[in-house]
Design a protein around this ligand. Sequence first.
Ligand code: NAD
Ligand code: UDP
Ligand code: UDP
Length: 343
Amino acid sequence: TTRVNYNGFKANVNLGGKIPLGLKRKGLRIVVTGGAGFVGSHLVDRLMARGDSVIVVDNFFTGRKENVMHHFGNPRFELIRHDVVEPLLLEVDQIYHLACPASPVHYKFNPVKTIKTNVVGTLNMLGLAKRIGARFLLTSTSEVYGDPLQHPQVETYWGNVNPIGVRSCYDEGKRTAETLAMDYHRGADVEVRIARIFNTYGPRMCIDDGRVVSNFVAQALRKQPLTVYGDGKQTRSFQYVSDLVEGLMRLMEGEHVGPFNLGNPGEFTMLELAQVVQETIDPNAKIEFRQNTEDDPHKRKPDITKAKDLLGWKPTVPLRKGLPLMVADFRQRIFGDHQEGGS
Ligand code: NAD
Ligand code: UDP
Ligand code: UDP
């Protein structure tokens, strides 16, 4: 017998080796929460190209219809305006759970809403996964390592996180989301997958989300000085979005729960990043130092041995290759067709 789950009707049926007409699956049915956002929309593009049916669930807090508009009219695509803090009834095979503001400016805007999204939102999507027997992937973050005392960060490291700081709604929220995922896995047999994503950049990032790559690129294009916070010696590792999407899909399709670090181990100080932006956009761009924000992690670099060994994944796009792709998109969105101030 085969277990079938067709539009909510679950059954063990003897199909005699044949799938009856009407039950034949054309691709998978997949929910992407946060699918109108930066990472989510790139993931949706890959799933649609693979032939899956995709339902995007998004409240448009930071996401934009423009990011998925090119799929409107395709019968395999649906877009639902919905806040994951509220329960949701759907029938699908897989849930990619990305809904959550990701940039510090956005997640600090309403910290209580951020933590509700991480905790209640993730609980709802796990409850959904449990009810329909769907596989569930959580996009956690390198921020679960806090201001790390181990470098580079391995998945077995438990982190150094401030529970009462201004970042806690996000990093403690994601830690709780990971806990919930593991408890639904152990307690309710939900097939879960956990990705810990390191800083990712690429086309469709919000232009004014305050993240360092989007800030520097927008500033250089607008002929404004690049704002380096603190002494600029803090480090980050920047991953191009297509590498991340490939990693997320391998993780979802594979047999390992994780958590897996997904990031590019190439480590840059913020001053080095400013230099790469100067080389790419405008060698004469000025640098301006600003006071750093509270609780800013000093360094961050993923150890990706586990993802290499178990998922056969590693990033392939270095910063100097990926940045120009993002610059082209930002140039288009900032200046439109006329290149005022652009070069
Ligand atoms: P994003 O802000 O572009 O996308 C998040 C999406 O979630 C947006 O479309 C937003 O409207 C939606 N959303 C937010 N709250 C919601 C809610 N309550 N209900 C429904 N939808 C909601 O951010 P992103 O960079 O694409 O991040 C996607 C995921 O990846 C997030 O979970 C984030 O924490 C994680 N992540 C991203 C990075 C990165 O560098 N981009 C790093 C680590 C983790
Ligand atoms: N939930 C949901 N969609 C579903 C099933 C559950 O949104 O299809 C929500 C439900 O409202 C609840 C949460 O997920 O708040 C956890 O559900 P679960 O069944 O695990 O727990 P319980 O409802 O027993 O507290
Ligand atoms: N940063 C900076 N200039 C900016 C924005 C950020 O120097 O205009 C620094 C910030 O202090 C941090 C690093 O860049 O050390 C990465 O910040 P971002 O907000 O992009 O991501 P996160 O802190 O979540 O890694």
